[in-house]
Write a protein that binds this ligand. Structure first.
Ligand SMILES: [Zn+2]
Length: 283
């Protein structure tokens, strides 16, 4: 059975839109932290094979006691116990509640960044996590941050993406991220979508997406288009990130301009890196 429960209703009607969406083995508990950057709020994912006595929780979310208690009640329904907590990356809207949730459940916290692990040996790319009674394969997808990972929920053809792919709009490259890494990660996920027969993206924010290939192609095309726009803005005389944002992101809500400026900085880093490689090649 390939059951997919889509987000309920229009996101514009409230942050509960994504609550309860998912697949046969993934259940979203939406955190009450909506904002322009977090969309409806953070999606905390409870992963379990139906009938399993243990579950795995991806991204406990912000350190919000009421939210963590809700996650615990969903996760422990039917006497299940939380056996593993996983972080898609270190940002506080995903990770700040991890220590408290580990305290509530006694479960270890796994993350690619050793500083964010708790009571756990940790894991790397390729590790297959089975604490939820089903296979969850870890894929390193650096870019948004250096420690970003995605997870393949094999039996449902699901891809948990954290902030690498969002349910609406596109991702920004954080200060500790890298656009070069991000583009390579998108290519890796795009290849995986074919190899693993992915059918649904379960993002860290916003509604789930039932066309992984379409959304990844769009993300890759969007990045290339933005790079072309940044090059064009520079050719037209824009010099500072702020000047470039005013041109390239003219159609984007101004509250997002500081984040856009961060993205432009990442693009300038990427372009200058590409440029220095060209120079090296010519020598
Ligand atoms: Zn986030």
């Amino acid at each position: 059975m390939n059951e997919v429960r889509p987000a309920d209703g229009d996101a514009a009607t409230g942050y509960r839109a994504a609550d309860g969406m998912g697949t046969a083995r993934a259940w979203c508990v939406l955190a009450p932290n909506p904002s322009p950057m977090t969309l409806d709020g953070t999606n905390t994912w409870v992963i379990a094979e139906p009938g399993s006595s243990s579950v795995l929780v991806v991204d406990p979310g912000p350190d919000d006691e009421a939210h963590l208690r809700r996650v615990l009640s969903v996760a422990s329904a039917g006497d299940r116990r939380v056996a593993q907590i996983v972080l898609t990356h270190r940002h506080p809207d995903h990770a700040a509640g991890a220590a408290r949730f580990a305290e509530l459940t006694g479960a270890p916290v796994g993350a690619l960044d050793p500083a964010h692990r708790l009571g756990s040996e940790g894991f790397g790319a390729g590790t297959v996590l089975t604490e939820g009674g089903c296979e969850l394969r870890v894929v390193a997808t650096p870019g948004h941050t250096t420690d970003s990972l995605s997870l393949v929920l094999v039996a449902d053809g699901g891809l948990l993406t954290g902030d690498t792919v969002l349910g609406r709009g596109t991702t920004v490259i954080a200060e500790d991220g890298s656009l070069g890494d991000y583009l390579r990660s998108l290519d890796r996920l795009r290849a995986l979508a074919d190899e693993a027969g992915l059918r649904v993206v379960l993002p860290g924010h916003g509604p789930l997406l039932t066309d992984p290939v379409g959304v990844l192609d769009y993300y890759i095309a969007h990045r290339r288009e933005r790079l072309d726009q940044v090059r064009a803005a520079m050719a037209a005389g824009a010099r500072t990130p702020a000047e470039i944002v005013a041109i390239v992101y003219a159609d984007v809500d101004r509250v997002l301009w500081p984040a856009a400026e961060q993205s432009v900085r990442a693009q300038l880093d990427y372009l200058s890196g590409a440029l220095s490689r060209v120079v090296v090649l010519r020598r």
